[in-house]
Design a protein. Structure first.
Length: 201
């Protein structure tokens, strides 16, 4: 089974990176084939809201996302990791999400209204970590992730959320976080309907 890990942080080897590393290790232990995307290494621009994808489902902007779109659409299990910046995603991750408008257009073009109630391209998970303890810390980023995965024709399955983790690498001092991340990756692969179908076939 193919799994895509999207690293949404602008900081290399930060807390959300470390968590996603462990998630993908867990997924690999369950037999998954792993692909990683580091958004900070991509040369991409924001959505121009030009409407160019409305009739084709293809983005008209030429940049690094041209090679990423097929992975977003075709990979059946996607994990997105993100730190919390002002109760939302970093700008780099949000650009990727905004540019998924092209895939949302593709989904609308290819599916009749009744079919849009179902997700045929897999599942998506979010891993988020923030420095504060705010009650609503993850509400914004979770809604954004939910509709990002909706554009990819994937169901949003929740994920892992950690508050009060401040400082690079501090997640390693959390008593259970890295093990929880490993288990999420493993269980997501083993519990995926696509994984079950391949085992039954």
């Amino acid at each position: 089974m193919k799994v895509l890990g999207i690293y949404g942080s602008p900081r290399k080897e930060g807390n959300s990176d470390l968590l996603l590393d462990r998630v993908l290790e867990g997924a690999q232990s369950a037999g998954a084939e792993i692909t990683k995307i580091y958004i900070r290494d991509l040369k991409i621009s924001g959505c121009q809201e030009c409407g160019g994808c409305d009739k084709t489902g293809e983005c008209v902007i030429t940049d690094d996302l041209e090679k990423i779109y097929p992975l977003l659409w075709d990979t059946p299990l996607v994990f997105l990791s993100s730190p919390i910046f002002f109760y939302g995603m970093p700008a780099q991750a949000k650009m990727l999400v905004d540019r998924s408008q092209a895939l949302w257009s593709r989904r609308m073009l290819r599916k009749a209204p009744a079919g849009r109630k179902n997700y045929d391209h897999g599942q998506g998970y979010l891993i988020a970590v923030g420095a504060t303890k705010g009650k609503n810390l993850f509400e914004g980023v979770e809604l954004t992730a939910k509709y990002f995965f909706d554009a990819l024709d994937k169901s949003y399955e929740g994920g892992l959320f950690f508050r009060a983790v401040e400082g690079k690498g501090k997640i390693t001092e959390h008593p259970t976080a890295l093990q929880e991340a490993y288990e999420l990756g493993r269980k997501a692969v083993l519990g995926s309907p696509l994984s079950k179908n391949s085992q039954e076939g």
